[in-house]
Ligand binder design. Structure first.
Ligand code: NAP
Length: 264
């Protein structure tokens, strides 16, 4: 018997999805027959994304700033209104400003904590409430970064704050497992998006090399020899956000072309 995703008609929310990793994940869920709400903070970019996704299936856009509590509340309410409930949350977020540790101010830490710690925890709470309300369990997939295992120099706030997502995944997997909700995380390595271009340009400036040179150096360090695509990452998101991973919860899956050297 074929191994299906079981996503036909599933109700999926993908945050930070007007482009990049979130957009790729939304398109993959639509391809599996899911009904999807995509979110981002910029109305123009989000409406362009919804237009680009519309031919793939039922998709709705909800503009909300993931750093604002009122927006998170409204995002969940509008998602449930559009879809009639929630089966899978895919949490992607924006990026803090790149920079090494000694360049970061109190305000940088405050903003990064809000974006990378407080917001995923609060949205998880609201999502769990929505999933429990319809009694069918659910799935959550949190996108974090390989930086939580091996810190990356010029994204200091990310390397520190994103570790909280690993704690969130394990905490929720234990607390919500008995209620039928599975919770997992993905650690992307380097995925070709605007964010990767921004980080590569920043690294090039520091090392006084061209962005092309910085990219080539980065790819030399990846055993599979190249950065990944959003489509490749999306397959892992669909796996964890669907019936294909029914006995997987509390896992943190690197999707990094074997970049990570650490064991465990
Ligand atoms: N690309 C990589 O190699 C890589 C690796 C590891 C981790 N990550 C992390 O994965 C996440 C997504 O990365 P990406 O490469 O897809 O970045 P991207 O191409 O820059 O996309 C970022 C997305 O976040 C949305 N966004 C930004 N601020 C937001 C806010 N306050 N509220 C709601 N949405 C917001 C943006 O939409 P609007 O501008 O329309 O709001 C956009 O859709 C980031 O946190 C990034 O740091 C990326």
């Amino acid at each position: 018997m074929p191994i299906g995703s079981g996503l036909t008609g599933a109700r999926v929310l993908v945050t930070a999805a007007s482009q990049g990793i979130g957009f790729g994940a939304a398109r993959a869920f639509l391809g599996e027959g899911a009904r999807v709400v995509v979110n981002s903070s910029n109305a123009d970019r989000l409406s362009r994304a919804v237009a680009a996704l519309a031919s793939s299936g039922e998709v709705h856009g909800v503009v909300a700033d993931l750093r604002a509590r009122a927006d998170l509340d409204r995002l969940l309410e509008e998602t449930v209104r559009h879809l009639g409930g929630l089966d899978t949350l895919v949490y992607v977020t924006g990026s803090p400003r790149p920079g090494v540790f000694m360049e970061q101010s109190f305000d940088d830490w405050d903003a990064a904590s809000r974006m990378l710690v407080v917001s995923p925890a609060y949205l998880a709470r609201r999502s769990a409430e929505a999933m429990l309300a319809h009694g069918r369990g659910g799935r959550m997939v949190f996108l974090t970064s390989v930086a939580i295992r091996e810190p990356i120099a010029n994204i200091a706030t990310s390397s520190v704050c994103r570790i909280a997502v690993a704690g969130l995944v394990r905490t929720l997997a234990r607390e919500l497992g008995p209620k039928g909700i599975r919770v997992n995380g993905i650690l992307p390595g380097y995925i070709r998006t605007d964010r990767l271009d921004e980080v590569t340009r920043d690294a090039a400036r520091r090392r006084h090399v061209t962005p092309e040179q910085a990219r080539a150096d980065l790819e030399r360090d990846i055993p599979l020899g190249r950065v990944g695509t959003t489509e490749e990452l999306a397959r892992a998101v669909v796996f964890l956000g669907s019936e294909m991973s029914e006995y997987v919860s509390g896992a943190l899956l690197p999707v990094d072309g074997a970049l990570l050297r650490s064991v465990g």
